[in-house]
Design a protein around this ligand. Structure first.
Ligand code: NI
Length: 207
């Protein structure tokens, strides 16, 4: 066995090595990956919203198509086909994902408004993003699609009462959700994906 003094020395060296070289870089890496993936923070989904919160959330959803259009303005094909983070979707896949997601959201609202607590269908967003149309379609198609879709969706959202927003659906993974919870989800989702593109532009110096 080693004398006690050597063990103390070895432990001290190991501690110092760990302290100096390991925790801080690991923290920085973990922190920045979280920031890259969740640039506006993770989703907080409240069960209910106040009237003012609801109006603000609808305004964000109403502005989402023009915000996404501004986020990709002037990007060329090589830039659009750049992943927004390591292992992440390309900008093009992000742009096509948003109407994929919001079409599902629009239909979920309609189901909850016209049926009694319906069970909805989840979809595999990662698999949808790998399909040919998500990888190669010009982004203009989805920007226009988002404008048209949000025009209908926002008209619907602005017409609903507080009682409507308390209506529920059953999500296969999240369980029962109110329409307030769904509204908060898509308000966050609208900001989340536009920020992926805006952040990439900033980090890449694309202007
Ligand atoms: Ni998404």
């Amino acid at each position: 066995m080693f004398p006690v003094g050597f063990v103390r020395f070895a432990t001290a060296i190991e501690f110092e090595w760990t302290f100096v070289f390991s925790p801080r870089p690991r923290y920085i890496r973990a922190h920045s990956m979280e920031d890259l993936r969740y640039p506006v923070g993770r989703l907080q989904r409240p069960e209910t919203l106040s009237d003012a919160q609801r109006r603000a959330a609808i305004d964000v959803i109403a502005a989402a198509p023009s915000n996404m259009r501004a986020a990709v303005r002037g990007l060329d094909d090589a830039q659009l086909d750049t992943p927004y983070r390591p292992e992440g979707w390309t900008v093009r896949q992000v742009v096509h994902h948003v109407p994929d997601s919001h079409l599902n959201a629009y239909i979920r609202f309609k189901w909850a408004l016209t049926e009694d607590c319906p069970s909805i269908k989840a979809y595999d967003e990662a698999a949808w993003a790998k399909l040919e149309d998500s990888r190669t379609t010009p982004v203009e198609t989805s920007l226009t699609m988002l404008e048209m879709l949000h025009d209908r969706w926002v008209r619907l959202l602005r017409s609903l009462s507080a009682a409507d927003y308390s209506k529920k659906l059953i999500h296969p993974e999240n369980g029962p959700m109110t329409l307030d919870g769904l509204l908060a989800t898509y308000e966050w989702h609208s900001r989340h994906h536009a920020a992926h593109v805006v952040d990439l532009r900033r980090r890449s110096g694309w202007g």
